[in-house]
Write a protein that binds this ligand. Structure first.
Ligand SMILES: C[S@@+](CC[C@H](N)C(=O)[O-])C[C@H]1O[C@@H](n2cnc3c(N)ncnc32)[C@H](O)[C@@H]1O
Length: 214
């Protein structure tokens, strides 16, 4: 069994189905006390939660689903009529995430299986997503810059769209941040926090706002 499958066995027997908050807490308990998972974790969840409240987005894209932790966090906060897609390229993790999403009471058709570089160019035609107004980037850090530029090239960013990129300090995404700061297309700020489940390791989330300037 993989770490995510082991975590799911625990979640199944210790959580309240249909209660996303309880599922998140059960994941946190497992990760603190049993086996590390690279979920968003409770500190960063508070930052993401605040941003979702502030922006009240209608078209949301998450890159990197893993177990579905951030997916259910976001799904429970979205306004009526909002649409959320999450992209995962690893089939075993995607299978776990689908079960977690269903357990929390959401539709598992929110999950798109495949690598982000193949999925992003298909979002308009295959998934009917003409634009996105909130993106949570939490996949491999080396993909951040390429995928931001893919979103720009496919004209997917709504003016004023928010992009939140995790792990910008640890392990960091220097080429991505260099581009964001130099290109003049984004306003940006860093939310300083610590690495998920490791309070002693500093980390941060970048918040970008797309100005619409090409
Ligand atoms: C840090 S985990 C995501 C954590 C998740 N967002 C959460 O908060 O619970 C990163 C995930 O991104 C996936 N991934 C990495 N690169 C990807 C890509 N190019 N396309 C799709 N998924 C990717 C990995 O398989 C892994 O499951």
């Amino acid at each position: 069994m993989s770490p995510t499958e082991r975590a799911f066995q625990y979640i199944l027997t210790h959580t309240i189905p249909g209660d996303p908050q309880h599922i998140l807490e059960t994941f946190d308990h497992w990760s603190y006390h049993c086996e590390y998972l690279s979920n968003l974790g409770p500190q960063k969840a508070k930052i993401l939660e605040r941003l979702i409240y502030e922006k009240s987005p209608l078209r949301v894209l998450e890159l990197g689903t893993y177990c579905g932790y951030a997916t259910i966090l976001i799904a429970q906060l979205l306004p009526l009529g909002a649409r959320l897609y999450t992209v995962e390229m690893d089939d075993r993790k995607a299978a776990v995430a689908e079960k977690v999403i269903r357990l929390a009471g959401f539709d598992d058709d929110t999950l798109i299986r495949g690598p982000s570089q193949e999925v992003i160019p298909q979002l308009k035609e295959k998934y009917g997503l003409s634009h996105v107004d909130f993106i949570f980037m939490d996949h491999w850090k080396r993909c951040y810059l390429r995928d931001l530029q893919l979103l720009e090239a496919h004209d997917l960013l709504l003016e004023g769209a928010t992009i939140v990129a995790d792990n910008i300090i640890f392990p960091g995404a220097p080429h991505f941040m260099q581009y964001v700061k130099a290109c003049g297309k984004y306003k940006w700020r860093i939310h300083r926090t610590s690495l998920q489940y490791f309070r002693a390791i500093p980390d941060g989330m970048a918040q970008l706002t797309w100005t619409g300037l090409q």
